[in-house]
Design a protein around this ligand. Structure first.
Ligand code: NAG
Ligand code: NAG
Ligand code: NAG
Ligand code: NAG
Ligand code: NAG
Ligand code: NAG
Ligand code: NAG
Ligand code: NAG
Ligand code: NAG
Ligand code: NAG
Length: 350
């Protein structure tokens, strides 16, 4: 009995593997107009050796730089080229991942003609410049757009609102400028919006409160000014909010106390004034809180879970080891009034 069973299993195993090896889908043929579009795209850019060996990809791990486009050859099936993924049914190119590929050069406005089926576009960590948004705005099926670590410039046009399927928009470390268009509120599927380290300015539009699925929002390292809009209070899924290194002003944005999922909040290096809210216990998941280099005055808020969580922000601010009892210190009961330069305050305690 068990022999028969084993034999049958073996046979089945063999049949399934046979199927896997020989049934390479023939429907996976690259479309000629898309192959040509990709080859033209390739020819627009130079391959340059990078001065560093490793590239930090979007997942934060280090990978080697290497030129994916070098393997792209005419009259071969582009669905098998490095960095390309095609849809299994239609054979259309749906994914273009050329991160860390040593591409260098200026973007042309028609770079993505015939590639309108793209859902994922990743050009992170190359030497690309020019005004890419004018070509990207036609890619209405995009769900993920990653352009970090290049020298792209220009503004985000209001037509970005047409990219309404985007779940992730990551354009940090470029030279984008101008204001964030009101139409960004149309990107209601976004879970991650990272525009840090650019030259954006102006106020943040109220419409951002529409992005109710946002989990990560990073506006750090720009020149944004004005107050944090009260509509931030409806970003109920937000876990990480970074607005540090800008020119934001006004009182502590009290509306943030609605964001019970927040675990990371950095307001440092802005021009916030007034007092911190006396009671921030609604933010029971907060693990990092950083208000360095503002003009806050008053007492430290009570934070229920100060004791159970590791307060990385504080720990980082304390350069020379305040007593390890910090986690259980009830700072609010001390009623210490200090000029709210946060790191100075911590020095008073030590
Ligand atoms: C690829 O080859 C085809 C002919 O097979 C030709 O028509 C087309 O122009 C070539 N594309 C490029 C970008 O060289
Ligand atoms: C890049 O570096 C390799 C050796 O690491 C060298 O063989 C190649 O010629 C270089 N290419 C360019 C375009 O400089
Ligand atoms: C965008 O996606 C839809 C639905 O999957 C599809 O019908 C349409 O053809 C796609 N657009 C392009 C330009 O491929
Ligand atoms: C918002 O997205 C819809 C599609 O979901 C689109 O029809 C509309 O034009 C977009 N609005 C703006 C202002 O971009
Ligand atoms: C908010 O999102 C909805 C779709 O979810 C859209 O119809 C509306 O125009 C958006 N509002 C703003 C201000 O962008
Ligand atoms: C938010 O950021 C954290 C930490 O960088 C990451 O682990 C998580 O996957 C991000 N979530 C989304 C939805 O982007
Ligand atoms: C914040 O929550 C309060 C109730 O707790 C609610 O009245 C207020 O509208 C919320 N604010 C926003 C911007 O959603
Ligand atoms: C920052 O904002 C203040 C007004 O709040 C303004 O006077 C100042 O010029 C701004 N600084 C920069 C660098 O934009
Ligand atoms: C903070 O507010 C909560 C309710 O919002 C309350 O239960 C708690 O006692 C308050 N803590 C302090 C120290 O005032
Ligand atoms: C404190 O954090 C723990 C998890 O670390 C959570 O279970 C608990 O509910 C939190 N306490 C409050 C008062 O929110």
């Amino acid at each position: 009995m068990s022999t028969i069973h084993t034999t049958l299993s073996f046979l089945l195993f063999f049949i399934f593997n046979y199927h896997d090896v020989f049934a390479i889908p023939t429907t996976y043929l690259c479309r000629p107009e898309q192959r040509n579009a990709l080859l033209e795209f390739k020819n627009e850019f130079e391959i340059r050796n990078s001065s560093s060996l490793y590239c930090s990809n979007n997942r934060g791990s280090k990978v080697s730089f290497y030129s994916k486009t070098e393997s792209w050859k005419n009259n071969t099936n582009c669905c098998y080229w490095d960095g390309i993924t095609c849809d299994a049914k239609t054979g259309k190119v749906v994914e273009l991942d050329l991160s860390c590929s040593r591409l260098h050069g200026r973007f042309h406005s028609n770079s993505f003609q015939n590639l309108g089926s793209l859902t994922i576009l990743d050009l992170s960590s190359n030497g690309l410049y020019g005004q890419i948004f004018f070509s990207v705005r036609k890619l209405s099926n995009l769900t993920s757009l990653k352009l970090s670590n290049n020298q792209f410039s220009g503004q985000i046009p209001s037509s970005v609102g047409k990219l309404s399927h985007l779940t992730s928009l990551t354009i940090s470390n470029n030279q984008f400028s101008g204001q964030i268009p009101y139409s960004v509120g149309n990107l209601s599927h976004l879970t991650s919006l990272t525009i840090s380290n650019n030259q954006f300015s102006g106020q943040i539009p109220d419409s951002i409160g529409n992005l109710s699925r946002l989990v990560n929002l990073s506006l750090s390292g720009n020149n944004f000014a004005g107050e944090i809009p009260s509509t931030f209070g409806s970003l109920y899924q937000l876990a990480s909010l970074r607005v540090n290194f800008n020119n934001f002003s006004g009182n502590f944005p009290i509306t943030l106390l609605n964001l019970t999922k927040l675990s990371y909040l950095s307001l440092s290096n802005n021009k916030f004034t007034g007092t911190l809210p006396p009671n921030m216990t609604s933010l029971s998941n907060l693990e990092y809180f950083d208000v360095d280099n503002n003009a806050f005055v008053g007492t430290f808020p009570s934070l229920t879970n100060l004791s159970s969580n590791s307060f990385t922000g504080m720990e980082r601010s304390i350069k020379h080891g305040l007593s390890s009892d910090l986690r259980t210190l009830d700072i609010s009961s001390n009623k210490i009034t200090v000029y709210w330069k946060y790191s100075d305050f911590l020095k008073y305690l030590s």
